[in-house]
Design a protein around this ligand. Structure first.
Ligand code: SF4
Length: 279
């Protein structure tokens, strides 16, 4: 039987799952990201860079011990829902997520970051028109994945409409994005790269790539990562071997006359968490 998401029980469970996912993401880094930071700290040759990575790891441990957010910029809520076939696609889904964001903002608490883009008036609860950003895909279970996104890294993200003949230029475009960013996005970063699709799809792919585990990279991702690390920007921009922990790529087919490439920069605080909605 088709379940209506406006059902108060389901709506409340969705809000609860969203709030729990946000609490998990804000306070604890995913194990693959933590492991990548530890590997980088062990391999780093520059002394100042090693100290910076040590400070980041200490910050992560203190956040978990004190149950507080890893960073003062708790980001804006980006949410991915998977929707099983028995749940109707309805505005109530979005309202459930919004309520979860409001609860998390008050309970954790989160910094109210969401403002009107022109008046800059703060809504006070991290919601607003189009915010949280909610993406829905079909799935077997009803799950909520959150990706709280800080501004320091989002602001230096970049998209380019390359020519089809410029596929070999992609590593340069990716490295150039980090060269322009320097220390602003709190390196070591993780880069989500979207290649193909359309202008908007490339950006969406780049953000989705940030949900992928960082413990493995294919040869192409490794090539991009090596190009970024050759810049020597280092942890917090103070120099060193570790500018990027990983580069993750998602691709889509595109027009024969197009080659969109988007780079979504993510700081070391690569926060993400998934919670299944209890039904
Ligand atoms: S870029 Fe990341 S680590 Fe730096 S202040 Fe923003 S959220 Fe925090």
């Amino acid at each position: 039987m088709m379940v209506n998401p406006a059902d108060p029980t389901l709506s409340s469970a969705l809000a609860d799952a969203t709030a729990r996912a946000l609490a998990e993401a804000e306070i604890r880094l995913p194990p693959d990201v933590l492991a990548a930071l530890r590997r980088a700290a062990a391999a780093e040759r520059d002394e100042i860079a090693r100290r910076e990575l040590g400070n980041i790891l200490e910050n992560i441990a203190l956040a978990e011990e004190r149950q507080v957010p890893i960073c003062q910029d708790t980001g804006v809520p980006v949410v991915y829902l998977t929707l099983p076939p028995d749940i109707a696609f309805s505005p109530a889904l979005f309202e459930g997520v919004r309520e979860g964001v409001r609860r998390a903002t008050a309970a954790i608490p989160l910094r109210p970051n969401v403002v009107d883009p022109l008046t800059r008036e703060n809504t006070g609860d991290n919601t607003g028109p189009g915010m949280p950003a909610v993406h829905v895909t079909p799935g077997d279970r009803l799950t909520v994945t959150v990706l709280p996104k800080g501004a320091g890294s989002e602001n230096v993200s970049r998209i380019g409409m390359l020519l089809p003949s410029q596929a070999k230029e992609i590593p340069r475009f990716v490295a150039e994005t980090m060269l322009l960013a320097g220390g602003k996005p709190c390196p070591p970063v993780i880069l989500g790269v979207g290649i193909g699709g359309t202008f908007d799809m490339a950006a969406a792919l780049a953000k989705e790539a940030l949900l992928l585990p960082v413990d493995t990279m294919d040869d192409y991702e490794q090539e991009l990562c090596d190009a970024v690390n050759a810049l020597g920007i280092g942890p917090m921009g103070l120099g060193g071997d570790t500018t990027a922990l990983a580069v993750k790529v998602k691709r889509a087919a595109c027009h024969t006359a197009s080659l969109p490439v988007a780079v979504n920069v993510q700081c070391w605080a690569c926060r993400r968490a998934t919670v299944e909605v209890e039904r």
